[in-house]
Design a protein around this ligand. Structure first.
Ligand SMILES: Nc1nc2c(ncn2[C@@H]2O[C@H](COP(=O)(O)OP(=O)(O)OP(=O)(O)O)[C@@H](O)[C@H]2O)c(=O)[nH]1
Ligand SMILES: Nc1ccn([C@@H]2O[C@H](COP(=O)(O)OP(=O)(O)O)[C@@H](O)[C@H]2O)c(=O)n1
Ligand SMILES: [Mg+2]
Length: 196
């Protein structure tokens, strides 16, 4: 029996890359040029924390330690945010998810298959430098030296395998994120244009 494709009317683009690699920065530019809807799993979680809910309090503790929030929680939030935008959106930029291979598998089962994974690649040293700088003004409780180190470790352990998983499908485009924001964006735009 042929399996029906889930949500074929939407384009799904994942952005994976280490903490501070510049995913959020690139997403803003993609939204401006292509009109896709940006869903940052980190931003959704931070919004829940700000709401002061009981669930938010549990999330805050996990995020402050640089650990991963349970899969179902994050996926539910992404799904809710998508449903809210489904009438007006053609495509979604999913920033910071999947964080581990199992999250990718669940996304496909419950939402749909991505057409592209943008692998935003920067050196560890670059990411740490950017995050320490961002920490001066971001107010993010996880932009501190100790948590940054944990986030990086977890990225290499859990998230890099996600990239290998999608490489097998031929949908990964590696973006060199060492340059200026505009240099990075020209690579991102090329990858998105190649979809059409
Ligand atoms: N030089 C340079 N700096 C950048 C670039 N992209 C982002 N930055 C800076 O690096 C910091 C982190 O960028 P974000 O876009 O917040 O990174 P992110 O990947 O979303 O990080 P997380 O939210 O921690 O996952 C910001 O302070 C940016 O100003 C880039 O292409 N070049
Ligand atoms: N899919 C996700 C996204 C974020 N998070 C949590 O939220 C924190 C901040 O996520 P983020 O995407 O804004 O930032 P980075 O960790 O990529 O720098 C992470 O360190 C995790 O604790 C998660 O558990 N699962
Ligand atoms: Mg971000």
């Amino acid at each position: 029996k042929k399996k029906k494709k889930k949500n074929p009317q939407f384009t799904f683009i994942h952005l994976a890359g280490g903490p501070g690699s510049g995913k959020g920065t690139q997403c803003e530019k993609v939204v401006a040029k292509y009109g896709f809807t940006h869903l940052s799993s980190g931003d959704l979680l931070r919004a829940e924390v700000s709401s002061g809910s009981e669930r938010g309090k549990q999330l805050a503790a996990i995020m402050e330690k640089g650990e991963l929030v349970p899969l179902d929680t994050v996926l539910d939030m992404i799904k809710e945010a998508m449903i809210a935008k489904a009438d007006t959106s053609k495509g979604f930029l999913i920033d910071g998810y999947p964080r581990e291979v199992r999250q990718g598998e669940e996304f496909e089962k419950k939402i749909g298959a991505p057409s592209l994974l943008l692998y935003i690649d920067a050196k560890a040293e670059t990411m740490v430098k950017r995050l320490m700088k961002r920490g001066e003004t971001s107010g993010r409780t996880d932009d501190n030296e100790e948590t940054i180190k944990k986030r990086l470790d977890l990225y290499y352990k859990a998230t890099e395998p996600v990239i290998a998983f999608y490489e097998g499908r031929g949908i990964v485009r590696k973006i060199d994120s060492e340059g200026s924001v505009d240099q990075v964006f020209s690579q991102v735009a090329k990858a998105i244009d190649s979809l059409k």
